[in-house]
Structures are given as structure tokens and as C-alpha cells.
Design a protein around this ligand. Structure first.
Ligand code: FAD
Length: 508
């Protein structure tokens, strides 16, 4: 039967079994749409990156002899909606059968399900053949549990795929080296230059301008740095193994004003678009380590592998276990608007200026900047999780809801009340100073809790604990903070300072 196969923008998996055979009966469909550019305001590099990767994928499929229908954003017949376009193409081209791969986003899953229920031709749904587990694995694994402990899921994955294993146990005798991986960067000379591609994307930028797509952030149209196909993704992975892996774990949590990427891989875009598979990334890194054990410490390698077979896979499982309710959770009932400096980086707080500034500049911030600077601030200040989600979903090149919302609403904002995390990730200036060089040049003083120059993180930290005492005091992992608070002498002044900052949040 004449078949149409839909490929979504984050389904660029060359190794999918769909492509094992060529048939004159089968045509592939790829669509650039306003539906996707507009569901949130995205960073310009994210829109450019996705569309370029899609165009490249379509070209490569055609070169391999597959038939592809590709509608660019400015294609004359583009209805700009997925179902509108599908209806049009299925009818006008006389297709007799429709196929798609399971979307990773609830939004698209719902849309395609509803569409197919009304179809008058047959249809079939396929797995994306990308993840290590299927959608429901995690929910079954944690059946009956309130908190989903990542570590036990992670060990299960290690065993299932035999990653860094010897028999039933971890190859080095220890599962997790997290404690070795918390160093501040003291010697900037260790930093390697980022692996950089520099593509000219002027044509794409012009099209987006002509279509008046609203975006945020910066783009150097002559030097687009992100990989847009598998081959470039593999180059980035190769560079990571050789240059960055030897210190990845050690400086995984470090933040430094002089460099946005440090030892991070920047592979999330390649992974989330499925240009690279998680298993091949992890196996490449594991193999590299086996060949270089004398020069690379296991802590670096285990730290990296845990992020991918642990956290990434786990977040996906949580998403499918808890959506759609997850997107409404707001455990603390936070309701404040996101201050304006999230959109332009203009704030006197040095850590926030750097973390937001580099996000606007590169569509990138690493995990600790997202969690312990911007996310920490949003949680302490009581910003509505919807506002926080929208920002994270737009600004990062790797942001797709399944991995964004679980990290943001769950891990960072604790809006799920403790499904992903066992306690909220909050800190005062102390932690930020311990892990970065941000505080040195700051307008605010990291040691002050009260007064004109007091670092806002300090009073807001105690304000957060104070105002949420009924929700948090019984948590055994937090008791210590409440004992400290109860002994503090200047409670009133600290709370007053925090109130002042919250009332004047736009001026910080
Ligand atoms: P590296 O530090 O090199 O890590 C390697 C890989 O591990 C990453 O590419 C990523 O695939 C995976 N990984 C690491 N941490 C996580 C995690 N917590 N969850 C899932 N995968 C992880 N990641 C996204 O891919 N998309 C998002 O939209 C996203 N939003 C986030 C929002 C917040 C508030 C926080 C705290 C984290 C978010 N993360 C998100 C997770 C993490 O910050 C990014 O995956 C990482 O910074 C990407 O950079 P990298 O490729 O250099 O990562």
C-alpha cells in the first residue's frame, strides 16, 4: 500500500529500522511548522539548529535513495499545523497507509493519537528505537513507590546493558563516584577550547526573519557552532573523549566566568534530536576509557555515564509515568512572575548575569548553572513553575518537554513535592561561591545576609525555608537547616531583607 511515514524534528535517527529497506511505495514526510516554532518562544539557535538538522537529514535520506516530502516553513502549501498538513498530503497524494514513530512529547502524542482515531486509512505506530527502555518501564520498576530513587534505576540500567560491569557488580567495585566529582576550577589553564563548527546559516536566518518567527538570544549567522548531522555529532563525541573526558567528572559542578562549557560534552542536542543514540555515546566513552585507563580516572567516566543511562533515561520514564498531571504540579503554590532579567541578563547578581548571559549567547548552560543558579533563584523567589518551565523550554538548544519539565518542575523547582528529588535544591551564596568564581566580582557581598549589599540568595534562602516550614520541616534530609534557623539570632532582619528583595525583585 502507498505509505506515508512521518518523521518529527527530534526523530533524526539514521539507524532506525525504517531505513533498512527502500520501497517505491514508501514516502517520508518532514515538516517545518509554526506549530513548533510558536508553542513557546525559542532561542534563535534552537530553531536554526532543529531546522538545519532536519533539512540535512532529509537530504541524506534522499541521497540514500529514499523518497522524502519536505515542507520548509515558507512552503506555499504549509498550513503550519501538523494535522492540517497531514490531512492535506494524505488526501492529495492518495496515500493508503500512515505510519509514525512514538513522539517523546505528550503534546504531539495526543495530537497524533486524536488524528489517527479519525483517519479513514490504516495506520501503525513504531518505537523510535532510541532509548534504553520503553515508555512504561520506569513506572513498572517503581510501582507503589512515592519517590523514584534514581540510583536504583541507574544500577538496573548498568546491569541490563552491562555498562562498566564485571559479572553482577560494578567493574571497579563501586557504583557511584559522585563524591569525587565536586571540585572548583582553580586552574583556568586546564580548560580546552570548545570543539567548534562554524557554519554559515544566513539563509535560514533570513527565512525565519521573513516569516517573522519570534525568538530570543543571539546568533552569529556566519559561525553556527552546533552539530547538525550524525557525522558532526560523532566528531563532537570524539573530541569529548580525547580532550574533555579526562576531567569531566572532577569539574562537572564547577562554574567559571571565563568559559561557558568547561569540560561538558555539549552532546545533549545531538542526543535529543536522536542523531546519536545514548547507548552508542556511552559505549564509545566506556571503550575509550578501557583503552586509556592509565590516564583517565574512573570517576570521570562513571560521572558521565550516569548522566546518560541514569538521569536522562530516568527523566523520560518519570515524564511518561506522570504526564499530563505533572505539568500542573505546584507543590509550594508559587505564583510570582519571572523577573525581566531572565530575558536580557541585566542584573547586579554576578552569578545570574553570567548564567543567563551565556544562555542567551550560546543557548547553553551546564547542569549546575541551570540547577543551582537560575533554578535555585527561581525557587527561592517563589516564581510560578509555569513561568520557569517556559523559560527553560525556550532558551536551551536541548530543551524538549520530556527532559525539560522533569528537570525544571521536578528536580529544580520541587513542584512535584518529591517524586524526582528527595529535597529541594536550594542554596545560599555559600555553595555558589564554593563552586565558582562568580562572587568575587559581584555588586553584592556573599557573606552578608542583611543590608544594602547583602547577597539576595542569603536572605531568600532562609525566607524559603521559613515560609515552607509546614511542607519541609519533617523531611529528614532537611531537619538540619531548621535546627540552624531556629538558633539564628537575626531572624526578623533576614526575613525583612528577603521581603524587601521580593518586593523589588526587578531591581536586583
Ligand atoms: P554533559 O554535562 O556533558 O552531560 C552529558 C549528557 O548527560 C547530556 O548531554 C545529557 O544528555 C545527559 N544529562 C545530564 N544531566 C541530565 C539530566 N539532569 N537530565 C537528563 N539528561 C541529563 N537537559 C536536556 O537535555 N534538555 C533540557 O531541556 C534540560 N533542561 C534542564 C533544566 C534544568 C532546570 C536543569 C537543572 C537541567 C536540565 N537539563 C536538560 C539537564 C542538563 O542540564 C543538560 O542535559 C546538560 O546541561 C546538557 O549539556 P551537555 O550535553 O554539555 O551535558
Amino acid at each position: 500500500a502507498k505509505t506515508l511515514r512521518l518523521i518529527l524534528g527530534d526523530q533524526l535517527n539514521h539507524h532506525h529500522s525504517w531505513f533498512n529497506e527502500k520501497s517505491p511505495e514508501v514516502q517520508y514526510l518532514m515538516l517545518e511548522m509554526r506549530q513548533e516554532t510558536d508553542y513557546v518562544i525559542h532561542h534563535v539557535q534552537k530553531v536554526v539548529g532543529f531546522f538545519l538538522a532536519m533539512r540535512t537529514f532529509s537530504r541524506e535520506l534522499q541521497e540514500e535513495g529514499h523518497q522524502v516530502i519536505y515542507w520548509a516553513l515558507d512552503h506555499s502549501e504549509n498550513t503550519q499545523s501538523l494535522t492540517g498538513n497531514l490531512q492535506k498530503i494524505l488526501h492529495s497524494e492518495g496515500f493508503e497507509h500512515f505510519e509514525y514513530q512514538l513522539p517523546d512529547e505528550y503534546r504531539l502524542d495526543k495530537q497524533l493519537k486524536a488524528f489517527c482515531e479519525k483517519l479513514d486509512i490504516s495506520y501503525q505506530v513504531y518505537d523510535t528505537e532510541h532509548f534504553l527502555t520503553d515508555r512504561t518501564f520506569l513506572a513498572e520498576f517503581f510501582k507503589g513507590k512515592k519517590t523514584y530513587l534514581m540510583e536504583s534505576f541507574y544500577r538496573e540500567m548498568r546491569k541490563k546493558y552491562g555498562i562498566l560491569m564485571e559479572g553482577d557488580g560494578p567493574i571497579t567495585g563501586k557504583w557511584n563516584y559522585d563524591h569525587d566529582n565536586r571540585q572548583k576550577l582553580k586552574d583556568p589553564l586546564l580548560i580546552k577550547p570548545p570543539f567548534s563548527l562554524s557554519k554559515d546559516v544566513t539563509e535560514m536566518k533570513n527565512m525565519l526573519d521573513q516569516c517573522q518567527v519570534q525568538t530570543i538570544g543571539n546568533l552569529d549567522a556566519q559561525n553556527f557552532p552546533w552539530p547538525i548531522n550524525r557525522e558532526e555529532g560523532l566528531q563532537l563525541l570524539g573530541y569529548f573523549c580525547k580532550e574533555l573526558l579526562p576531567r569531566f567528572g572532577e569539574y562537572q559542578d564547577a562554574m567559571y566566568t571565563g568559559n561557558a562549557f568547561l569540560f561538558h560534552s555539549r552532546l545533549s542536542f545531538c542526543l535529543n534530536t536522536k542523531m546519536l543514540s545514548p547507548l552508542e555515546v556511552v559505549e564509545t566513552v566506556e571503550k575509550y576509557w578501557y583503552a586509556h585507563q592509565d590516564s583517565i580516572n574512573i570517576a570521570q567516566v562513571e560521572g558521565f555515564i550516569r548522566q546518560i543511562v541514569g538521569w536522562r533515561e530516568y527523566m523520560r520514564g518519570v515524564y511518561w509515568a506522570k504526564m499530563p498531571d505533572y505539568s500542573q504540579l505546584n507543590y509550594f503554590g508559587h505564583d510570582r512572575k519571572l523577573p525581566g532579567y531572565f530575558w536580557n541578563g541585566k542584573t547586579k547578581m554576578s552569578c545570574m548575569r553570567h548564567a543567563i548571559g551565556q544562555s542567551l549567547e550560546h543557548a547553553y548552560a551546564h547542569h549546575i548553572q541551570r540547577l543551582m543558579v537560575t533554578g535555585n533563584f527561581a525557587l527561592l523567589a517563589g516564581i510560578h513553575p509555569d513561568e520557569v518551565d517556559q523559560w527553560y523550554l525556550g532558551i536551551y538548544i536541548d530543551a524538549i518537554e520530556w527532559v525539560e519539565i522533569t528537570n525544571t518542575r521536578g528536580m529544580s523547582q520541587f513542584a512535584d513535592g518529591g517524586i524526582v528529588g528527595t529535597k529541594p535544591y536550594v542554596s545560599s551564596a555559600n555553595y555558589i561561591d564554593k563552586m565558582s568564581d562568580y562572587c568575587g566580582g559581584c555588586h553584592y557581598k556573599k557573606n552578608l545576609k542583611v543590608g544594602e549589599k547583602a547577597c539576595p540568595f542569603n536572605s531568600l534562602y532562609w525566607h524559603f525555608y521559613h515560609r515552607n516550614e509546614d511542607k519541609l520541616a519533617k523531611n529528614p534530609r532537611i531537619g538540619m537547616a531548621y535546627r540552624t534557623w531556629s538558633k539564628m539570632k537575626d531572624k526578623e532582619a533576614i526575613l525583612r531583607q528577603a521581603e524587601f528583595y521580593l518586593e523589588n525583585i526587578e531591581d536586583l
